[in-house]
Design a protein around this ligand. Structure first.
Ligand code: SF4
Length: 210
């Protein structure tokens, strides 16, 4: 029987990336091997709430959306995460995953939309970026840089130039880096990236379950 350690399952508007603004069911798995300085989901680091796939399915079927986002923590910290994605895709859910970029993405079901971080210097986890993952991104997958300092901005700019990245998101650390300043920097330097504001935080603040 497939079992998963689940921090929370909730229904909200997607706050990130291409699907921003769309009603989505979130499945948050427990645990993360990283400790980013700006982490806003530390409550998901620990927990012991083991659910079967059937129990998860019963919960998500209560919500009126076939769009499911697998998040964490770092969902790929569990091998079972790949199975969870496979099973949901078999049932015709439209599945996306938010991952840190520190763990191998190559075995993620190709029908799953990937939003992968590249950690910036101010996260204090920049050495965890698994560069081999860049080889496994599909054309529509997205790469996210969380910007907390000018140094992060310059690092991200260099990185996307060096690796010719497409579908790039720049997201300012809430209450640390001004979104307006980031917008101005993107325009001034003619970067072809998408400014991402965390919609769920604008709407509901920094709470779990939204
Ligand atoms: S990878 Fe994500 S969940 Fe893990 S510490 Fe960093 S921000 Fe938090």
């Amino acid at each position: 029987v497939l079992k998963f350690n689940i921090s929370e399952i909730f229904y909200s508007l997607q706050g990130e990336a291409t699907f921003s603004g769309l009603p989505t069911v979130f499945i948050r798995l427990v645990g993360c091997p990283l400790r980013c300085s700006y982490c806003d989901s530390e409550y998901a680091f620990y927990g012991n709430n083991i659910l079967s796939f059937e129990q998860i399915l019963t919960t998500i079927n209560n919500y009126p959306s076939k769009r499911v986002c697998i998040t964490g923590g770092e969902p790929l910290a569990h091998n079972s995460c790949l199975k969870l994605i496979d099973e949901l895709i078999k049932l015709n859910f439209e599945v996306s995953i938010e991952t840190s970029g520190a763990l191998d993405i190559q075995n993620i079901n190709p029908k799953c939309h990937i939003v992968m971080d590249i950690k910036t210097p101010s996260s204090n986890e920049v050495d965890k970026n698994l560069l081999a993952n860049l080889n496994y991104l599909k054309p529509n997958d997205e790469v996210k840089f969380v910007i907390g300092t000018i140094d992060d901005f310059n690092f991200s700019w260099d990185f996307i130039s060096k690796y010719q990245l497409k579908n790039v998101l720049f997201s300012p650390v809430a209450d640390v880096f001004s979104p307006t300043k980031l917008a101005d920097l993107i325009l001034k330097n003619s970067l072809n990236v998408r400014l991402q504001l965390q919609l769920h935080k604008i709407l509901w603040g920094n709470k779990s379950g939204v």
